[in-house]
Design a protein around this ligand. Structure first.
Ligand SMILES: C[S@@+](CC[C@H](N)C(=O)[O-])C[C@H]1O[C@@H](n2cnc3c(N)ncnc32)[C@H](O)[C@@H]1O
Length: 301
């Protein structure tokens, strides 16, 4: 908690203390409000395009091999950090993971502060995935007593973690692995669409909003926790020529349902940044978004 003394220009009684919980973030609050039944419209619009994120991730790595390497006695204990609506396991299943694992059982603990997300993810888990415990918490609240996992992954998942809690959360994820266990974080870089569009939005529309976490911050946090990370680049584009899909996708990228596509393309109260960024994504009716993702892996000692 940090506190500062209010100035006469603040509109409050001068000299009184204003306290702000710096471990909490407005972006985290907006994320949690959207990962709910009320947020289903933009979630569905978002995944019209973002399902491709998970197809690219599935193609970028030998996931069946990684799961086989981590198994003991025919089972893998997996922690799915910020499980969301289970799009990554869904993409693995669609790519034939069950056939590739030949009877191996992957027991999944689902971690997410949103009960809605946990229920959505649980509903898509079929063999070889077996849903196990539900941890309705943020990564930064993960108890060391949950260890050890053979594998912990967070796939396009940590954007809204409060920045002040990121290092602690990553250290907990690292500590949750058994010796030799595998950690994986797939996350967009600062140059990638998800980060670039949010930075542009913050600049022109919401300067008080807490920034999203970048892949570079994740890798730094893991190194600080003692993990020797390997970072691989995954690059691709997504797009649509349907304005309704583009609007819903972008609203979800911003966690702002109130801003129309027209408003996004116009100057904001604080500048042109969002309009300028989106002008670069648009050619007539066709929208194209450029993604630069880091696939970060490490093994626990
Ligand atoms: C884009 S989704 C993740 C997608 C998921 N990996 C999948 O396979 O579909 C982001 C999730 O992060 C969760 N989240 C937000 N803040 C978090 C935190 N501090 N710790 C863990 N999860 C968090 C949200 O509730 C949301 O369910």
């Amino acid at each position: 908690m940090t506190c500062h003394r209010l100035s006469p220009s603040s509109g409050s009684v001068p000299g009184t203390l204003s306290c702000m919980d710096t471990t909490h973030s407005d972006t985290a609050d907006r994320s949690l409000r959207h990962w709910s039944e009320a947020g289903r419209r933009t979630m569905d619009a978002f995944y019209e395009l973002a399902t491709q994120d998970y197809r690219e991730l599935v193609a970028a790595h030998d996931w069946a091999g990684a799961l086989r390497d981590q198994q003991h006695d025919g089972r893998v204990r997996l922690l799915d950090v910020a499980c969301g609506s289970g799009k990554f396991p869904s993409a693995l299943l669609a790519a034939g993971l069950a056939d590739d694992l030949d009877g191996l059982s992957v027991e999944v603990d689902l971690l997410d502060p949103s009960a809605f997300s946990i229920a959505e993810a649980r509903a898509v888990l079929t063999a070889p995935f077996v849903p196990a415990d539900e941890l309705e918490i943020g990564l930064e609240e993960l108890d060391a007593g949950r260890a050890p996992y053979d594998l912990a992954w967070a796939t396009h998942a940590l954007y809204a973690v409060p920045p002040a809690r990121l290092a602690d959360g990553l250290a907990r994820m690292h500590a949750a692995l058994r010796p030799g266990g595998l950690g994986v974080v797939a996350h967009a870089t600062s140059a990638s669409h998800y980060l670039a569009v949010y930075e542009a939005y913050r600049a022109s529309h919401a300067p008080e909003a807490t920034p999203y976490i970048t892949a570079e911050q994740v890798a730094d946090g893991l190194r600080a926790a003692g993990a020797e990370v390997t970072v691989r680049d995954v690059r691709y584009r997504t797009g649509t020529d349907d304005p309704a899909v583009a609007e819903g996708f972008l609203q979800r990228c911003l966690f702002d349902d109130a801003i129309s596509l027209e408003d996004m393309a116009a100057p904001g109260p604080n500048g042109q940044e969002l309009a300028a960024y989106l002008a670069g994504c648009r050619d007539g009716e066709v929208w194209t978004f450029t993604h630069h993702v880091h696939l970060i892996t490490w093994r626990a000692d």
